[in-house]
Design a protein around this ligand. Structure first.
Ligand code: CA
Length: 424
């Protein structure tokens, strides 16, 4: 398997322009330098989902470049980086050549006329815990005398989550019921979650994967990454607090996870590489099997992630947080290397959550738990009102983008979900 390859090519050229409406607008999420993959069908239809890429205000069916996958992109994920790159180059050529407008016309659809589906059938969902600042903030709330667990700086902590409840943006989320200890009570009662929360994360969508027993090295890891989506790991904090010891979260996390419909490829992210997180003075050295020179130099991705809340009675959404993924302690390649280091096979379409992305300042916290200090300090919403945790009717939207001097900014679209009350 090829080593990580972060090369820039003509598809990153800042002067490249697509003729598709909206693609060359300043700040467009989907310029021709992006070309994320997804699956779509006509809005309101019951037809099968077909593969496409985003361009400007439109999607283009991959049949335009004689490719076709559906109803999800698992086969494309399995095909590997040469296929992803060839497709990117073919789309780029078509969408930047005015002379080929008529050839492409019948494959273009305005985004407002289509419905996006789950980009991959997700066989396995693993969720990591890689932000030092999130771990410290959350740890200080639940374990004030020992906020950090001793393993945090030695390995990227994770648990095996549920793939069956990973849903695409737009899917409604039902408030869960569970066992939690109410204030003043000594023992748990079963009832509606009172501390419903979001977690700002990214999801790494796996490509070809590894054979059982084979470990993937840090320097090979990125050839196993099909791309990146936004990921909201909905969390029931009160249920989590009672159930998590000793095996970690279970029902507090398994009721829903929302991802964005567009898989932004590692090729599209090449201009936005960053050095790995700088370990704090006194931290242990990075273990050799999770370390490499290339990873230290360029292992991270400068993806800016934001969370918004919009109440049922509000016309406007309020930003809850904004930070960069580079604040996380472990890089994507280290997550893949650690995941496979004992021989576990990754398979195409697997999603690895990065864990909540919280930066060093209070405004960079990726959960309501941190923002409200476990309901001690209500969050003031710019649209009016306050929140401690998520209320019925609230919609949480994650957004993401990359921007760097000398390159065309790219966006991730959105991962959005609105909360329904518990079933009667
Ligand atoms: Ca999480």
């Amino acid at each position: 398997m090829a080593r990580n390859d972060m090369a820039l090519d003509h598809t990153h050229d800042v002067s490249a322009r697509s003729w598709v409406a909206g693609a060359a607008d300043p700040g467009a999420a989907f310029p021709v330098q992006n070309l994320p993959f997804g699956v779509y069908r006509q809005a309101g239809s019951a037809g099968a989902f077909r593969s496409c890429a985003a361009i400007g205000n439109s999607i283009i069916d991959l049949a335009a470049v004689n490719a076709g996958y559906g109803p999800n992109l698992n086969e494309l994920a399995a095909a590997g980086r040469d296929t992803w790159r060839t497709l990117r180059h073919e789309l780029f050529a078509l969408l930047t050549d005015e002379g080929r407008k008529s050839q492409a016309a019948s494959y273009l659809h305005d985004q407002s006329t289509v419905e996006m589906g789950m980009p991959v059938a997700c066989p396995n969902f693993t969720d990591f815990y890689t932000s030092y600042f999130h771990a410290f903030n959350a740890g200080s709330i639940f374990r004030p005398d020992a906020p950090m667990t001793p393993n945090f700086k030695w390995l990227p902590i994770a648990y095996h989550g549920r793939a069956s409840s990973v849903v695409v943006s737009g899917h409604e989320v039902r408030r869960p019921r569970g066992q939690r200890i109410l204030p003043g009570d000594d023992s748990p009662t079963y009832g509606p979650c009172l501390w419903l929360d979001h977690e700002v994360e990214l999801g790494l969508v796996m490509g070809p994967g590894n054979a059982m027993g084979d470990a993937v090295s840090v320097d090979e890891a990125e050839s196993h990454m099909f791309g990146v989506v936004l990921l909201n790991d909905w969390s029931a904090r009160d249920i989590q607090a009672f159930e998590y010891d000793p095996l970690g979260p279970f029902l507090a996390k398994s009721f829903a996870t929302t991802i964005s419909p567009w898989i932004v490829t590692m090729d599209a992210l090449a201009p936005f590489r960053s050095p790995a997180f700088t370990r704090f003075a006194g931290d242990p050295e990075c273990p050799a099997h999770l370390d490499s020179e290339a990873n230290r130099a360029q292992g991270h991705l400068d993806i800016q992630v934001e969370a918004y809340l919009q109440g049922a009675d509000s016309e406007e959404r309020s930003r809850l947080s904004r930070t960069s993924y580079t604040t996380s302690y472990w890089t994507p390649a280290q997550l893949v290397a650690h995941h496979t280091s004992a021989g576990c096979p990754l398979v195409p379409g697997d999603i690895l959550g990065t864990g909540t992305i919280s930066g060093p300042t209070p405004e960079e916290a990726g959960t309501m738990l941190e923002l409200s200090r476990a309901a001690q300090n209500p969050i003031k919403l710019s649209a009016g009102g306050t929140r401690t945790f998520i209320e019925d009717g609230d919609c949480i939207t994650l957004a993401g983008k990359c921007q760097r001097e000398g390159f065309t900014p790219i966006g991730f679209g959105e991962a959005s979900g609105c909360v329904l009350p518990v079933l009667p």
